[in-house]
Design a protein around this ligand. Structure first.
Ligand SMILES: Nc1ncnc2c1ncn2[C@@H]1O[C@H](COP(=O)(O)OP(=O)(O)OP(=O)(O)O)[C@@H](O)[C@H]1O
Length: 239
């Protein structure tokens, strides 16, 4: 379980993103963290992964869940998470070395992961030559090399074909069944509805819904739209 206790956070430009936020992300669930552009989702990921620190409040991560942060927490950002000049194999070795795995540990793991993510045939090709979906699959393989207990996925499935999504979704479900806690953001509400066991809707730094997805997809989408404000109407007004 990850707990935010009265967490506030401002970037240096004084933009206040989170104000006195208290929230819990349950262990062993796939939580869908959804909200409009700029709602604060990436900021929450950066805080959980220790890339930034709260201006006030604290973040508690259950010790049963995480003992070795570098190995057990993997964050896949929305932008590039792989090195295009390196081959698939080199990308995974690079990540394995950063988190301190030995050659014996990573060699077998790399083969298993590339097979699962249907990239075995491209193991020695440079990522530069990969399609968008293949790059995303390689990004996931890289995140999984340390067998993370907590996987944070930031819009990593956007813009890829249904086959790649299917491969990734099946792997995420399998990981979760084996005890990995997953938090995922996406603007694809149908993907979130299909994949997630727990939903959190963020609007302007505050959670406006937390709980199960106890609705059919059509109702879920309407429910989401009814709770979020996508933009300030006055700002969009042009005379
Ligand atoms: N490095 C930064 N410096 C200053 N302000 C930032 C920085 N990163 C994000 N922000 C601001 O913080 C707010 C929240 O941004 P954040 O990236 O957390 O939102 P998000 O919900 O992930 O959005 P999106 O769906 O577009 O990825 C926005 O107003 C954004 O402009």
């Amino acid at each position: 379980m990850i707990k935010f206790e009265k967490v506030s956070f401002n970037y240096k430009n004084k933009v206040e993103v989170l104000n006195d936020l208290t929230v819990e992300f349950p262990s062993n669930e796939i939580t869908g963290l959804i909200g409009h552009n700029g709602a604060g989702k990436t900021t929450i990921y950066r805080l959980i992964s220790n890339l930034i620190l709260p201006s006030e409040g604290k973040i508690i991560i259950n010790q049963d869940m995480i003992t070795d942060y570098k190995k057990q927490v993997a964050y896949i950002p929305s932008g590039a998470s792989i090195y295009e000049r390196l081959t698939a194999y080199e990308n995974l070795v690079f990540r394995a070395k950063i988190i301190g795995l030995s050659k014996d540990e990573y060699d077998k793991k790399i083969k298993i992961l590339l097979k699962k993510l249907k990239l075995s045939k491209r193991i020695h090709d440079k990522a530069y030559d990969f399609s968008n979906g293949m790059k995303k699959r390689l990004g996931l393989a890289s995140a999984l090399i340390g067998s993370p207990k907590l996987l944070l996925i930031d819009e990593a499935l956007n813009g890829i074909d249904p086959e790649s999504i299917n491969i990734i979704v099946n792997i995420l479900k399998e990981l979760n069944e084996n005890g990995t806690t997953i938090i995922i953001t996406s603007h694809d509400l149908s993907l979130i509805h299909d994949l997630c066991t727990e939903i959190k809707i963020l609007n302007e730094g505050e959670f406006v819904y937390q709980g199960e997805k106890n609705k059919e997809f059509k109702d879920f989408k309407e429910f989401y739209l009814s709770l979020t404000t996508n933009y300030d109407e006055e700002e969009d007004f042009v005379e």
